[in-house]
Design a protein around this ligand. Structure first.
Ligand code: 6PG
Length: 240
């Protein structure tokens, strides 16, 4: 599994550097539309705040289309809504056309919404060998090695032939709509943003202990760039 890792002192330094990198990728993108899928959880909050603070008046937002890697099936006003959080921290602070924000409708029936979201993605994104191609997918990783809403007890969703599936959070039972492993792996560029000591064990397994890593959904995301802080990277042993 070919991975690049970029290690930063702190989550703040990571967020600032990654925000600049993201704007550069959007700037360099030759197409009219830059299709970006974002994850939920806490890690992206810092990135959203930096983007809103430093790049709020960028004209680049005109061409960015925001999609979700996964969404909790709750209304957009619910505190756990990934769209709701991104809207508060970012969209409400930048000038981006509403048509560029493609939220998963968390208030809908999960099965119907997974099908509907899959069709929207298939319709709006460029397609390569029948699979949609995101320009960039931002992923996080849970302490249990899940990514998106692909959980260790639902590994079959990695190999699903669907673009989106319904997942169930193993602890809360909350329904999620998630991109599948194949849909994620078909992206042009995949970046993990992972910070905090709680991720160090899993990162070490993914880097150095394949027998353990094979139980972790994040292990099956290929050719990703990992942006991590020193806390998350503290157990990774480098082979120079
Ligand atoms: C979600 C995310 C999920 C997240 C990881 C890491 O909707 O919760 O998509 O996959 O990226 O759980 O979450 P943290 O960033 O909070 O550690």
């Amino acid at each position: 599994m070919k991975n690049n890792v970029h290690i930063f002192k702190t989550p703040e330094e990571l967020a600032n550097k990654f925000a600049g990198q993201l704007m550069n990728w959007m700037e360099a993108h030759s197409g009219d539309e830059f299709h970006l899928a974002i994850s939920g959880g806490k890690t992206p909050d810092l990135l959203f705040s930096v983007l809103a603070e430093k790049y709020n008046d960028s004209v680049l937002w005109e061409k960015v289309h925001f999609w979700w890697v996964d969404e909790r099936m709750v209304p957009a006003t619910h505190p756990e809504s990934n769209f709701g959080i991104a809207n508060d921290l970012l969209f409400s602070k930048i000038s981006i056309p509403e048509k560029n924000i493609h939220r998963v409708k968390g208030e809908n029936d999960p099965v119907k919404e997974a099908l509907s979201y899959s069709s929207q993605i298939q319709e709006k994104l460029p397609v390569q060998i029948e699979w949609p191609v995101f320009d960039l997918i931002l992923l996080g990783m849970g302490d249990d090695g899940h990514t998106a809403s692909l959980f260790p007890n639902q590994m079959e969703l990695l190999a699903s032939e669907q673009i989106c599936e319904v997942a169930t959070h193993p602890a809360s039972g909350q329904k999620r709509v998630t991109l599948t492993g194949k849909a994620i792996n078909n992206a042009k560029n995949i970046c993990f943003l992972v910070t905090g000591a709680g991720k160090a064990e899993r990162l070490n397994e993914i880097w150095n202990l394949p027998d353990l890593a094979q139980k972790l959904p994040a292990f099956y995301i290929r050719n990703a760039n990992w942006y991590v802080d020193e806390q998350a990277a503290k157990l990774i042993r480098y082979r120079y």
